[in-house]
Design a protein around this ligand. Sequence first.
Ligand SMILES: Cc1cc2nc3c(=O)[nH]c(=O)nc-3n(C[C@H](O)[C@H](O)[C@H](O)COP(=O)(O)O)c2cc1C
Length: 156
Amino acid sequence: MKILVIIKSKYRQNTLKIAEAMAEAVPITICDVSEAENFDLNHYDIVGIGSGIYYGKFGKDIFEFVTNHLDDLSNVFVFSTSGKGKPENNDEILDYLNLNCKNVLGSFTCKGLCKWFIFGLVGGIAKGHPNEKDYEAAQAFIRQVLEKYNSSKAEI
Ligand SMILES: Cc1cc2nc3c(=O)[nH]c(=O)nc-3n(C[C@H](O)[C@H](O)[C@H](O)COP(=O)(O)O)c2cc1C
């Protein structure tokens, strides 16, 4: 079972920390979106797409990567970190993947410290995140992703 996780984590590496927590639970290769062109997506059973949320959205370049490599993506999951930790931040990319008939194996989100702009004046929001509970939740999530992948393979 080969899993590649592509991330955009430009602000405080909060999303990278979540990917690293997942990698402690199951074997995962993590790469930054800027290096993702070096990987052949067809070599991986599952591809995860993770991003910090910037102005309500996944990073523009990671979304572009997904649109440009749609044919090479089959089994995917998505995750994000954000100041508010809203699950609906993942909706745009989820809708896009579902619309293009990809096997979406799950969606995960959690809070990530944000001291950007006016939030810095109050010492930031989502202080202390991601924390131990977030890492545990991310690990439970990735195990579920694997279970869902295995049961979808068994159905074929
Ligand atoms: C330019 C910028 C815009 C942001 N916009 C949002 C936003 O719209 N909603 C939100 O909840 N958090 C927002 N945040 C907070 C980040 O989503 C949060 O800190 C996230 O964990 C960053 O992930 P990263 O460290 O992996 O880049 C923003 C942060 C920055 C720097």
